[in-house]
Design a protein around this ligand. Sequence first.
Ligand SMILES: Cc1ncc(COP(=O)(O)O)c(C=O)c1O
Length: 430
Amino acid sequence: MPEPWATTRTEIAGIAVAELARRFGTPLFVYDQAVVVERIGSLARFDHVRYAQKACSNLAVLDLMRRHGVLVDAVSAGEIHRATRAGYRPAGTPPAIVYTADIFDADALDQCARLDLHVNCGSPDMIDQWGRRSPGREITLRLNPGFGHGHSRKTNTGGKQSKHGIWHEQLAECVARAQQYGLTVAGLHMHIGSGTDLEHLSRVCQAMETAAVEAGPQVTSISAGGGLPVPYQAGERYVDLDAYYERWNATRLRLEDRFRHPVRLEIEPGRYLTAEAGYLVAEIRAVKRQADNTFYLVDAGFNNLARPILYGAYHPMAITPADGDTARSHRDVIVGGPLCESGDIFTQEEGGFVVARRLPEARVGDLLVIENAGAYGFVMGSNYNSKPLAAEVLLRSDGPHLIRRRQSVEELLQGESIPAPPTDHAAPHS
Ligand SMILES: Cc1ncc(COP(=O)(O)O)c(C=O)c1O
């Protein structure tokens, strides 16, 4: 674990940060493939690893997952397209692509039916809509066990305030509802962000077991969902994978014993596979001194990395000095972006409280590297202030590969049109 994080960085996976910025421009997302591959390997004990592509869905990342035997989750028609474009074929057991959501929009329902996808229903209405459209299939149900967990109030995915999953008390009713359409509830899924808290995880496993027993022996798979944590700052920890697996495996074994048939155990991480592989490289464009505050203003904002403004999320940061001087003194600074929005600050805590970070003295032209930015980074990007989406680069052993070029102004305006003037020749509004 890279702790404590260095506040000066000249290389990413052996490649000069300055060279990456020169070659591909900034803001730039850089992903180190070796980290992703190492993470996949660490989960080998699970029967199946299903990547929650919402964390980082570039086609090259999906292709990497697929080539390393990782299955994929999709939450929209767009993510289904991405999965198939990256080479995933829907057919098979276990299904290579699973659609997990709380609703079908019209596109997603069409896509799932057309490709005969496996569907994991997060609401009773989904069962009806799928049953009418595609009767006679196997489905899984995403359950809300009545309690949750998560690194922020906005990421808590269980409990009565959460919109996710089928409420646990409605399980029996939903199994019966599925039967009306000839659908078989062949698996159960719970994603409630259990984090590092193994005691909480035991409650989740218990809730899964109770639910599976209620659903009956037609259940042939259980999914632990995602939520494996990565440390973003000193004091945070990875989960003890042995203990984590042990709890889930024990649950699975008890169900196998009861049902007298095999039960597959899946895990569905996003962040764990990609967060630490990713870096957001930005250039410092202004250094402002206001009373006793110093601001480093960079060319990346919450249009590139929204986690700080959304959750007050902490990301390690480092400076790449343009002159190569790695022994600069440090000062407390506030780091912000270019957007016309007061909340465009990378050093903020939950609730929007701006805080300072101790970083090396920096000047215009130095680079800022925001670390652990590979999950829920680029994918949450926007065009706010008409900023183009950033470029993305994958670092492989044979060097850096551009896997998404920076969005052009033409692409930014694509699809927009100005209606023809009204035909009644009314005077235009001034
Ligand atoms: C259904 C589902 N599975 C898996 C994940 C992945 O979570 P994480 O990135 O925390 O592992 C998410 C994240 O929101 C999710 O909604």
